[in-house]
Ligand binder design. Sequence first.
Ligand SMILES: Nc1ncnc2c1ncn2[C@@H]1O[C@H](COP(=O)(O)OP(=O)(O)OP(=O)(O)O)[C@@H](O)[C@H]1O
Ligand SMILES: [Mg+2]
Length: 373
Amino acid sequence: MMMSDTISSHRQDFPPAILIVDDAIENYETIEALLDEFQYQLHYAPDGQTALDALELFDPDVILLDVMMPEMDGIEVCRQIRSRPAWKAVPIAMVTALDSKVDLARCLEAGANDFISKPIDKLELCARIRSLLRIKQQYDEVRDLMREREAIVRTIVHDLRNPLTNILLCVQTLQDPRLPAKEWPEMLALIEQAGHFLQVAIDDMLATTLLESGQMRFKPEPTDLCTPIADSIAGLAKLAAQKRQRLVGHFPLCPTTSFEVDTMAIRRSIDNLIANAIKFAPYDSEIHVQLDIVDDDTALIRVCDDGPGVPDDLREKIFEPYEIGSLKSGVAQIGIGLTFCKLAIEAHGGSIRVRPNQPEGSIFELMLPRRMT
Ligand SMILES: Nc1ncnc2c1ncn2[C@@H]1O[C@H](COP(=O)(O)OP(=O)(O)OP(=O)(O)O)[C@@H](O)[C@H]1O
Ligand SMILES: [Mg+2]
């Protein structure tokens, strides 16, 4: 039998687990009978110490705690559960015949979330369990999100540390009076490259946060689109040259009539696509950047490389925040560049997608309407 609503336990494939702590087994049996039609996993502990010892084993989503128990009463059990960091948030309902305000206040102070009054009424029991499971589910979702964010932060810190370490190493080398002057330009170029990487990564992260929260304001201005694309190619030619790659621009023969876009955002999006092509395509390859006006009102910008390409099942995923698709060795992958592109292009009423290049590689296609819609 399934539960009547959609609440599920954090152990996705298992029904929610409920731990019932009561010195009288008849009380457990009553609850078991009342919950018979629901698919819960019920666990029983006859006293507080057994419950505390078996918490990890039972891994409950909700705990029902009898208040009056010999040796350790329910309030003390509740306090001890709350003192364990891993169990600070598990919902606890005190099952009690007590109705004095002082006793109820003691339960709340010990960390209880709710009460179920004795004798137990089926309607009340079911409603309270559902409400506590909702709390548990919300807690689990927030906890999972926090864990995901922590993993992302760890990756970002790792990827940002490498260029920073390179900068510091180069500066130390430059400070060495024995370093021949002819080596300086190479050191300075390495510092510039690492600094540029840091700047782009940090700017993309900030811009994406602003875009996601709707706080980024675009300033559309007239452009022929050739200019930001040509600027982007010129700006990244040096980086491409380090891998002996050539950036080749293809522009319409007739001068394009004016588009109204945020030039900086479009330039940054194209920068990101070209930088990806440089990063992932092999040495000695060509990267083609092409602008076409497909109908009177749409520009199609394509960045084509002959790198490893993007597998079918990752073609949409790589546009999500901090999604790096397949792991590639020897390059930093933060996974924010394409998210910025997608958010910025969609904010213009356009779209972005990736498809395979022939015989190998990828083509990133960006459709842009004449005016922001
Ligand atoms: N031209 C490409 N060829 C092959 N894979 C690509 C290409 N462009 C992007 N990808 C894949 O998509 C992933 C996400 O790209 P995205 O630009 O968002 O992040 P990134 O390049 O890893 O890091 P950054 O945030 O510094 O740009 C990349 O890690 C890579 O796996
Ligand atoms: Mg990138």
